[in-house]
Design a protein. Sequence first.
Length: 318
Amino acid sequence: MPERPEKDQKVAVKISENTKRLAALSRSYSSSSGEISEKKAAATAPTLAAKNQQVREMSTTARTMSTLEISNAMKEVKEQDKAAADSLHTLKARFTATMEVAVSKIFPAGFGWQSSSILADKAGFADDSLNFALTTGAGDFAGVFLGHNLYYAVKGALGFETPETRETAETGLMLASAAFCSGAGWQPIVNTLQGFEMSFGGVFTGTFIGCGTLFYAGLRASRTLLSETCKYIEEPTYENSKDDASLSISIGSATAFFVGTDAAYLPAQNFLINVVGTPEGTGDLAGCAIAGSSTALGFTTCQTGMNLAYPKDKCWID
């Protein structure tokens, strides 16, 4: 019995030593695990840094692209706004000029032609005679020349900017000379087409083409003959031939609408009879006013289409 405490003491010492070994092993394991974790962290750090850098670069790129897209979109909107403003300005200028031409030249041309036809009739000239054609051509000439010069004289007197007097006169002379050609040819063309018993549409179209062509020929001849002595009349060129041609189309339209004043020829087909038709018994002054209105209507109708269709600086009226 006395030996038992000694055995217990040895067991206690053994247990204590084993506990110390376990503690040491635990510390060793913890230290080793820490080293392993640090090594893993050290190994993965460059990869994580690279990925973070990539993310930052992608974010920067996205912001840059977004800024560029916004800038480009704003630039595009500004360009569209400028184009729209230019287009409106061009249209405003074109329609203003169209009204000026209609008032100063086209209405007076129709009025002058009808007035001279009354004089020719009173002088006993048959409407199929050369004298009648020359008289009405002269009436067209006078209407354009006087209307053009009078319009700019009044405009200048009211304080508006106008061309020089000589330039106005020379331009009026050139346009009036061309109007003489189309005015003199109007009645012979209409007589010929009606003599073939063509439909109203046929007479309308034939007059459009015939008088438009005569006006163009008169313009080109006027440039050729007058450009040497008139400083403001440009000599014939390819560029002004295009302008002269487009103007002549609108003049052709004016002369075609004038056909509508004849209420006696195929009235059922005359689609203008209720607008510009001149029935029997109409007074001379009223007839002249209707004639001028018909040519002005024909001109503005055709020119409106040109104003809308032609690009900037491509239409004669620009």
